[in-house]
Design a protein around this ligand. Structure first.
Ligand code: TXA
Ligand code: MG
Length: 351
């Protein structure tokens, strides 16, 4: 299949949206930017169309898709028994990087929800995403537009690396604003539960709802615990090289990483360090990439997946990364970093 790649700017916008909307209506696949990561869209109510997503991504069929909407009224089409909390959250965080799990209506095919009776719904903030949903006139099922198991794409180039030749169209809207996937909150239980940490933190949900739980399987590393969001159980975001996180005071972390670098290089491995703007100069004789500024953690979130992809581009075999356990967005950042590292972490207190 030939994949059309279209840059989105003021001059091309109307044509690109028209074309992309048409493809979605006809049951095809279009990758498009959202404020979190690029999504791979298909008509959510057309089971044959959403099945094509699984094929293009190599995604396990029990891993449900998020349905993207542009208008709050869509909730009434897609969900039943909608609790008051859903409207409170929508008012505060939509459009934006939040996905809600609700009981699904009969309209939503099980091919889109991975066989579940619940449905994930999000109203994105990105103007291209919103306009595309509106223009297409369909609800858009969209997982992150990466091959299953690879880091989520934050640029159209990342999408092309994984999807060129497998989908109908890529809408290039430049680099995304946030850089990690939406926070997922499940409203189908007694107490609302965060199933995936993201830019909207548990504390922010609590400001609106009062008590909110965290899916224990997401915060603990116990492999016996089964996450409630099916997708969270898969090994995700893993660079090809072996990655180790080092956690503790700045002095401990830099000394430990320098020691590990020495050992890895002596073993003949292509080695790299993931550091921050504050620490890049503290690692010697090794490839060092800064993931962002600790003083501005949005930059860390924004570069996270691009840095992991870069490690593969450079064919790095051993990656040593600083850890991020003391930031406001720690839950979201460390969830991704721990998965990338296969949960290998060295902490100062254990040393
Ligand atoms: O920011 C995002 O959410 C991006 C953009 C494109 O919107 N999308 C995204 O989709 O991250 P995806 O498919 O990569 O992740 C969806 C997650 C998976 O972990 C999936 O298991 C979970 O949402 N999920 C979807 N429907 C669910 C449901 N009914 N119950 C529990 N978890 C669900
Ligand atoms: Mg994904």
């Amino acid at each position: 299949m030939k994949t059309i790649i279209c840059k989105m700017d003021q001059a091309t916008e109307a044509d690109v949206l028209k074309k992309a909307g048409e493809i979605l209506r006809k049951g095809g696949l279009v990758a498009f930017p959202t404020e979190t990561v690029y999504g791979l869209g298909a008509n959510a109510l057309d089971e044959t169309a959403s099945q094509k997503i699984y094929k293009a991504k190599g995604r396990p069929s029990d891993n449900p898709l998020i349905v993207h909407i542009a208008d709050l009224k869509a909730l009434l089409d897609l969900a039943v028994d909608i609790p008051e909390e859903a409207y409170q959250l929508a008012k505060r965080f939509w459009p934006g990087p939040m996905t809600m799990i609700l009981k699904k209506s009969a309209l939503v095919p099980k091919g889109t929800t991975g066989g579940l009776d619940t449905v994930a719904i999000r109203m994105p903030y990105h103007p291209v995403a919103l306009k595309l949903i509106e223009t297409s006139g369909v609800y858009v099922a969209a997982p992150s537009a990466n091959t299953s198991g690879k880091p989520s794409p934050t640029t159209a180039e990342h999408v092309a690396q994984d999807m060129d030749g497998k989908i109908d169209m890529i809408v290039d809207g430049g680099k995304v604003g946030i850089g990690i996937e939406s926070s997922i909150i499940d409203l189908t239980g007694k107490v609302p539960m965060v199933l995936r940490p993201g830019y909207i933190t548990k504390e922010m949900f609590e400001e609106v709802l009062g008590q909110v739980l965290f899916d224990p399987a997401v915060v603990h590393t116990d492999p016996q615990l089964k996450p409630k969001a099916p997708g969270m159980k898969y090994k995700h975001y893993a660079p090809k090289g072996e990655m180790i996180l080092v956690d503790g005071s700045k002095d401990f972390v830099t000394a430990k990483i320098n020691e590990l670098v020495g050992e890895a290089k002596a073993g003949g491995y292509r080695t790299a360090v993931i550091a921050t703007d504050e620490t890049v100069d503290l690692y010697k004789d090794v490839t060092v990439m800064s993931i962002g500024k600790r003083k501005n953690e949005d930059t860390i979130v924004n570069n996270l997946y691009a840095v992991l992809r870069k490690m593969d581009d450079m064919e790095i075999e051993r990656i040593f990364s600083e850890s991020f356990s003391d930031l406001r967005l720690s839950a979201a950042i460390m969830n991704r970093m721990l998965k990338a590292a296969g949960h290998r972490i060295i902490t100062e207190k254990d040393n």
